[in-house]
Design a protein around this ligand. Structure first.
Ligand code: ARG
Length: 590
């Protein structure tokens, strides 16, 4: 279905052509003075230069022609040459009725659907999840849903960090604590136990302890590195422990992601790219892309046009060890081989921007990707505390994701229970949904690249531009619909929506029509905040309308009553679709 603004542009273009001007001047935009009109066309100003005429004369000519259009209620030329347009209420209602009947509210999909791999989440085995991982998961999940909605094949890959020194540190620490474990017995040749010798909480405690200990004790760090090396080269006992770490971590991660409404099509790990490393290195060397510098294997990725210092991309360290960059390049090799995607999108903290810049340049230069494979990076900003500094625990440590989620849901729970009796289980269930909405909306309503302030009070508020407010609107519509059912009045469920009766109703209906425009922007700009803005405006306009209109009333004619029910049902559907794209859902009641 065409966007309303494009339908209008068609008429305005025709008017320009009819008057002997080029059709390119007939583009209509949303009015930047909503107090004056709904839409505007500034084409007369530009046309004036080409046709050497006063812009106001052209604007008047066009306005005159447009007065005959059934889509337009009134149109006027304003100095110096603006054309201000208000659409007819009948056209507005018809458009909305078409939206209701069309699939996905008539939003036109990607004409050339793509296969897109989204690399997000990026947790590390044995290390607790922190706020950065949360942002990646929240933004990535939403983008994936947007891509799919627009008709693409989107494949989410969690890309677990499982290959670096942290593994060696955990094993070294385990060896220090429990040297008698069979995994450390070099002469042991039997099967290793199926059960891991640690729980997730132990595992998460071991890593920070080991990391701290290694800073004081260089020999311990050396030992950890040696263990990492042996593990990566197939040491049986260390491999078995590493496997345990993976299993224990993944079980726990799946639980957390599940509670966050985040899911991945692929649970690939950094180590999955290892089998590709040797061939990749040979290829890079043989084709002259890589060379040795100070013992390390590097690819020069500087370009003449660079205005900043661009270091080379490092493929192997001087001791032959692989790095984060090695794995990422080999992962591209793997992804091209297994999926041949049109696009690979990475979502991490923006501090990793340079890494990805070098990686992309290297992959392109060495022709590891096809010429038209798009490589993209979205770097997000920091979530700060109210003091403007990166969000920390009260003790000043890194905030673990589970604590953060718990903090938010507890606050919502407290609010729900205020002055009210509710079954404990139900309240907890609602709090989980509303808390997640608070957290995700608080994050996604900002442009991803910007830092934002985590404000528990504001995020969990049931009023204002927040997730809970959106959910509240959905629940409220639901209860109006239920109340209507209780009146026993019959309505025609497919009844048409009638033209608006009041300015607030018109405003609300105009907002409804903007769904496709908004979706296209959100998709093209990879910007979930566009969705947040749209639903906030929609919820807000609904609320104003609701205050002045009796939605269920004997005074309403049957036709009007059915129309109102159709309209609020549509608003509810739109809101639900949008929050689904943001990655959260509404409870039955609040
Ligand atoms: N594990 C990494 C981290 O915690 C993020 C991984 C992002 N993805 C990638 N392909 N490098 O910072």
């Amino acid at each position: 279905m065409k966007k309303l603004i494009d339908l209008l542009s068609e008429d305005v273009k025709k008017a320009f052509v009819f008057k002997g001007y080029d059709e390119k001047y007939g583009i209509v935009t949303l009015s930047n003075r909503p107090d004056l009109c709904q839409y505007q066309c500034n084409g007369a100003l530009a046309a004036a230069k080409e046709y050497r005429k006063a812009p106001i004369i052209i604007a008047q000519e066009i306005a005159e022609v447009l007065r005959g259009s059934g889509k337009i209620k009134d149109v006027a030329a304003f100095n110096p040459g603006f054309i201000n347009i208000n659409i007819s209420d009948k056209f507005l209602a018809e458009y909305i009725n078409d939206m209701r009947k069309a699939e996905d509210f008539g939003c036109e999909k990607e004409p050339a659907p793509k296969k897109i791999i989204i690399d997000y989440g990026g947790p590390n085995i044995a290390k607790p999840l922190h706020v950065g991982h949360m942002r990646s998961a929240i933004i990535g999940e939403s983008l994936k849903r947007i891509f799919k909605f627009m008709g693409n094949e989107a494949i989410g890959d969690v890309h677990l960090g499982d290959w670096g020194t942290p593994m060696g540190l955990v094993i070294a620490e385990l060896k220090r604590r429990k040297p008698d474990l069979v995994y450390f017995d070099e002469s042991y040749t039997g099967e290793y136990p199926e059960e891991a010798p640690f729980t997730i909480s132990e595992l998460e405690e071991i890593y920070p302890a080991a990391s701290a200990y290694s800073k004081e004790n260089p020999e311990f760090l050396e030992e950890a590195k040696r263990i990492t090396y042996l593990m990566q080269n197939g040491h049986r006992g260390y491999m078995a422990l590493w496997k345990h770490m993976q299993d224990v971590s993944v079980t726990d991660l799946k639980k957390i992601y599940d509670s966050m409404n985040v899911s991945f099509e692929l649970w690939k790990k950094e180590s999955d790219a290892q089998p590709y490393v040797n061939d990749m290195v040979d290829y890079l060397k043989k084709n002259g892309y890589a060379h040795i510098s100070d013992g390390a294997l590097i690819v020069d990725v500087k370009e003449e046009t660079d205005t900043k210092e661009i270091p080379p991309f490092m493929v192997l360290k001087s001791d032959g060890a692989t790095l984060y960059s090695t794995t990422d390049l080999a992962t591209i090799v793997e992804r091209m081989k297994l999926f041949n995607p049109d696009r690979i999108l990475y979502i991490t903290d923006k501090r990793q921007e340079l890494h990805f810049e070098l990686l992309f340049r290297c992959a392109r230069k060495a022709k590891i990707v096809n010429e038209n494979t798009e490589l993209q990076f979205i770097g997000f900003g920091t979530m700060n505390g109210k003091d403007g500094k990166p969000f920390k625990t009260r003790e000043g440590g890194v905030m673990r994701l589970e604590y953060l989620i718990k903090m938010v849901t507890d606050e919502v729970y407290r609010k729900i229970m205020e002055n009210r009796d509710m079954d404990e289980n139900e309240a907890r269930d609602i709090a989980a949904k509303v808390g997640l909405a608070a957290l995700k909306y608080g994050d996604l309503s900002n442009q991803a690249s910007k830092d934002y302030i985590f404000d528990l009070e504001r995020f969990t508020s049931f009023e204002g531009n927040t997730g809970p407010y959106i959910l509240y609107t959905i629940v409220r519509i639901k209860s109006i619909l239920e109340k209507f059912k209780e009146t026993g009045k019959s309505i025609n469920p497919g009844a048409d929506i009638l033209p608006p009766c009041t300015p607030l109703e018109r405003d609300l209906m105009l907002q409804i029509t903007r769904f496709s425009d908004m979706m296209h922007l959100a998709y093209e700009e990879m910007a979930p905040h566009r969705i947040c803005q749209y639903i906030y405006d929609l919820a807000d306009k609904f609320s104003s309308f609701y205050h002045e209109t009796k939605i269920i009333s004997d005074e309403n004619s049957e036709e009007r009553q059915s129309s109102l029910i159709s309209m609020i049902s549509l608003i509810q559907e739109l809101l639900k679709t949008c929050i689904n794209l943001l990655g959260f859902e509404a409870p039955e009641r609040m």
